[in-house]
Design a protein around this ligand. Sequence first.
Ligand SMILES: Cc1ncc(COP(=O)(O)O)c(C=O)c1O
Length: 398
Amino acid sequence: MNMSERISGFQASPIRRLVPYANEAKQRGIKIYHLNIGQPDIKTPPQVIEAIRNFDKEIIAYGQSEGELALRKGLLEYYQSFGIHISLGDVMITTGGSEAIQFALMTLCDPDDEVIIPEPFYTNVASFARSAMVRLVPVTSTMDKGFALPPIEDFEKRINAKTRAILLCSPNNPTGYIFSPEEFEAILALAERHDIFLIVDEVYREFCYDHHSFTSVLRYPQYSDRVIVIDSFSKRYSMCGSRIGALISRNHGVLEGAMKLAQARLCPPDVEQVAAIAALKTPRSYLDEVRNEYQKRRDFIVQALRSIDNVRCTVPNGAFYLVAKLPVDNAEKFATFLLRDFHLNGETVMVAPAEGFYVTKDLGKDEVRIAYVLNVEDLARAIACLKAALDVYPGTAR
Ligand SMILES: Cc1ncc(COP(=O)(O)O)c(C=O)c1O
């Protein structure tokens, strides 16, 4: 029997679709360094684990569709801590930032509507858009320009009657780029001119390196009506499996619309919200230490990659990913080769082919996304594998 055309058109996630090869390699006794997925090796704050251990309700019951009040209040305080004032009515707790993206797209867009997005972008957005039957219209950002926001005219050219929103991610997955206040001002003015929304995924806001600082799009109250923020606990507190995120907007029409979806899915996870409330009490020193650790990893991996012949990457300013250009015929084939046909002393590395992070056909074919989520020793071994594999892979340009 046939499945829907919609589902047939979905891509299998480039972050996860090579997992069967990784599992086979593990069965052969090969150790794999997972740089394909943003799963950090950073420990979850102890009070989060403790809160789960101490969970003492007798029933794990359905909760409020918009999330538990204590968690929503806690988030307000968290935002206040970096100078952003939002109200209770502006916040909905979601099952991960993933659900917040889906709610935003479903709430703003009808089938065949369009959302403009700089590419490369977080690949799962393509699946969320497809499930909402929304067309993603790409504006290409390039490695040569450090993946900066493309010129505003490039966005404006793509706006038409079907355009409902622009979707940005800052700090960016996969490029690490952090949008500047000037870029936000320009894009917000554009959104205002054309009466469209701006959705900004800020899930990596705590991970900014060197002198780069984070600008939240919530800093522009004059544009409140058209701004939606995606937030998540996953990476900030290294609790990816907990599946707690948030949809934030001062436009209550957006939250009222999303509430219909929230009610249909009943509520976000209960025990995990208790954990998230505990996470909000994490001392700033934890976040500072984690940020410093990622910065160290970033410095290491950029230098290690650039020391390999014909490998290129930019220095990411934030998040914990980078896009690397490799001297290979096809990054997907190379990533498969790493898992199926290669090991260095019983070890290999898994990376995400970058083609699925683009909409434009044929872009990203010689690129991979690397998540520098492992400690420096493991990164060193992973990059040694990558280098040795490039030496023997038949499709390496020599
Ligand atoms: C940019 C971005 N947004 C959203 C998500 C989804 O996060 P969550 O685990 O909260 O669903 C991710 C996860 O990697 C991400 O990188």
